[in-house]
Design a protein around this ligand. Structure first.
Ligand code: URA
Ligand code: SF4
Length: 190
């Protein structure tokens, strides 16, 4: 194990027993993150859904199949990137994350970013978009996702690209097209 593996394993061990917000009560398994610990690209979704909560793996349901298709469209595999979420435990009935849950859980994400040091962060959906844009001093650029999806925000040492959540494209070919064209933009900024 290298330094990154060791540090990420520490996060895993902490999250597995985390009780920092009430979501620990209703989760089956937390979803910590998956992928390449040397990845240049990190994808940050919202929170585990039904399937993720059962397996502990991010994006393993229908939205995950869309994500796989999008990665494939630019010749990437899951093993090339790192995928995680803003919240590590599933909110009951997939409700929206609450502010206090984001506050409690985001230190894990902060540490994951610090360890992996991606060159590009792609946010998936509006919650991780808002969180990450504020973190990197882009609060003044924050607009609705329909306005800024697929835009590349260059900060001092990292690019931020807000993307629609792949769940919006399940059964929606038009949204798939939009996401594919945004993934093309990601591909060009590699
Ligand atoms: N939706 C997310 O935001 N994250 C997952 O891991 C699965 C679905
Ligand atoms: Fe801990 Fe995050 Fe799970 Fe809340 S959602 S219990 S803060 S790991």
């Amino acid at each position: 194990m290298n330094e990154r593996d060791i540090e990420l394993k520490k996060i895993r061990d902490e999250v597995l027993k985390c009780r920092k917000c009430l979501l620990y009560k209703t989760r089956t398994l937390p979803v910590i993150g998956q992928g390449n610990h040397q990845a240049k690209i990190m994808f940050i979704g919202e929170a585990p859904g039904y399937n993720e909560d059962k397996t502990g793996r991010p994006f393993c349901g229908k939205a995950g199949a869309v994500l796989d298709e999008l990665l494939k469209s630019i010749n990437l595999k899951r093993e090339d990137v790192y995928i995680t979420n803003l919240l590590k435990c599933r909110p009951p009935n997939n409700r929206d994350p609450e502010e206090k849950e984001i506050k409690a859980c985001s230190p894990y994400l902060e540490r994951q970013i610090e360890i992996i040091k991606p060159k590009i962060i792609c946010t998936l959906g509006r919650y991780s978009m808002a969180y990450i844009m504020k973190k990197y001093g882009l609060e003044n650029e924050l607009q609705s996702i329909s306005k800024i999806h697929g835009k590349v925000f260059q900060t001092k040492d990292i690019k931020i690209i807000p993307l629609y959540h792949p769940a919006v494209a399940v059964y929606n070919q038009n949204m798939i097209k939009i996401l594919k064209s945004d993934f093309n933009i990601l591909n060009k900024s590699l």
